[in-house]
Design a protein around this ligand. Structure first.
Ligand SMILES: Cc1ncc(COP(=O)(O)O)c(C=O)c1O
Length: 442
């Protein structure tokens, strides 16, 4: 079914109670047949989408401030992305780029080199998902440095396969029952150090979290010259949509340079224009050695990329590969996505509509005590609420009023709409959030 009729819609339209009758049937089948590990935030059963609007199986229309969890960067079913996928599907659906020379694979790698936030030439290894791209980064970093330790941060999320989940430290449930995890992984405190065992007094020079790595972890736990990589989300995603303080990522870059450690930026969630720049590291004027991309890279087709400078990506033939990674349909969708982001000025749109949302949310904060903090960059916006229960109640109440959003961190909700989100839609979202926060306080 095409998404015809949904274009131009700016407000939700609910015609059944939620979940509706068709949705209930699907939920019943799903609960019998699918893995109980799937987290499922609320009973939303999407059928078709266009731009920032999604219709469920019962014909209820929702405003999508999730973008399928920060994925549908150009909006749902952008005509140019659909056309690129259809054209590619009629030409060639599969040939493994691991063993042969897929033209569209190197075309995309060339496009990624053009936009990579690195001054040296960059190469790409394409995967099917974010977590696989993180795995590739861990392997490449160990291989390139011949060092074994990898440092990541508390509150970070890097995926759920064994290597990436060993880096993930946002919730214990992601690790519970799965140990032992990858050896050689250490964790440090992110950003301003609000979670440090002895919180900073606020009058020190520099960053206590960086001092803790250099003065504590590298002195007492592992020597710096055995650390291959520091893997960091330039803006924390799942862990709470937290932007580190100005200069923090640069200080981390300098720490890496002092010790010959590779800096790996995990931009699976913050990349592809979400923050109003193609990559969040650009706001921070930092060049990583390796960048990991996923989610919005192909507007919803499964694709990840591990992008590294020529100097770092030196592994030998056969060291790493993937049957499907960088499959032609996903590559076609990614190239179309890059074209749409450029031609439709989506970085500028993310900056403009993001500012409207942040300002609007700060106005709400002035009236609603429950909004403790509003933070973000571009269309990557977090709203801190008093506790986890309130955040969960807001998530559910928003759904019941036709607004799709998701929690993150301990007690926050995240706003990560498609980069095509319009100002009129942002105003509707703000109005609904105002009602939702008030209703959940009663
Ligand atoms: C920063 C970050 N890295 C990695 C991942 C894992 O990506 P995927 O779910 O595609 O495996 C995610 C997913 O949410 C993410 O937010």
């Amino acid at each position: 079914m095409s998404a015809g009729g949904l274009e131009g819609v700016e407000a939700p339209k609910l015609i059944t109670e939620l979940p509706g009758p068709k949705a209930r049937q699907i939920l019943e089948r799903d609960e019998r047949t699918t893995s109980p590990s799937l987290p499922r935030a609320y009973p939303f059963v999407p059928a078709r989408g266009s731009g920032s609007v999604v219709e469920d199986v019962d014909g209820n229309v929702f405003l999508d401030v999730n973008a399928g969890i920060a994925v549908t960067s150009t909006g749902h079913c952008h005509p140019r992305v659909v056309e690129a996928i259809q054209r590619q599907a009629a030409e060639l659906i599969h040939y493994s780029a691991s063993d042969f020379y897929l033209p569209i694979y190197s075309e995309l790698a060339e496009r990624l080199d053009e936009i990579a936030p690195m001054s040296d030439p960059a190469r790409s290894f394409l995967t099917n998902s974010g977590t696989e791209a993180v795995e590739a980064a861990i392997k490449l970093a160990r291989y390139a440095t011949r060092r074994q330790y990898v440092l990541a941060f508390y509150d970070s999320f890097h995926g759920r396969s064994y290597g990436s989940v060993s880096l993930t430290a946002s919730k214990a449930k992601y690790r519970a029952g799965f140990g032992p995890l990858l050896p050689g992984v250490l964790h440090a405190f992110y950003g301003d150090g609000r979670d440090l065992p002895v919180p900073p007094r606020g009058d020190e020079e520099g960053f206590p979290t960086i001092d803790h790595i250099e003065g504590f972890l590298f002195e007492k736990i592992v020597p710096a010259d055995e650390v291959a990589a520091i893997v960091v989300e330039p803006v924390l995603g799942e862990g709470g949509y937290i932007v580190p303080p100005d200069g923090w990522l640069r200080a981390l870059r300098e720490l890496c340079d002092r010790h010959g450690i590779l800096l790996v930026a995990d931009e699976v969630q913050s990349g592809m224009g979400r923050t109003g720049a193609m990559w969040a590291v650009e706001h921070m004027e930092v060049e990583p050695d390796i960048l990991v991309a996923g989610k919005g890279i192909a507007s919803g087709m499964p694709l990840g990329a591990m992008i590294a400078t020529d100097r770092v990506m030196t592994w030998m033939k056969g060291a790493h590969g993937s049957t499907y990674g960088g499959n032609p349909l996903s590559c076609a969708a990614a190239i179309a996505t890059l074209d749409v982001i450029r031609d439709e000025g989506l970085l500028e749109n993310a900056t403009k509509v993001g500012a409207l949302l942040v300002n609007g949310l700060r106005d709400l904060q002035a009236r609603q005590d429950a909004i403790r903090e509003v933070r973000g960059l571009g269309l990557m916006i977090g709203v801190e609420l008093p506790d986890h229960d309130r955040a969960a109640a807001v998530e559910r109440e928003a759904f019941d009023r036709g607004l799709l959003l998701l929690g993150c961190g301990e007690a926050s909700i995240r706003l990560s709409p498609p980069l095509v989100f319009r100002e009129d839609q942002a105003r509707v979202a703000l109005g609904l959030l105002d009602e939702v926060v008030a209703a959940t306080g009663a």
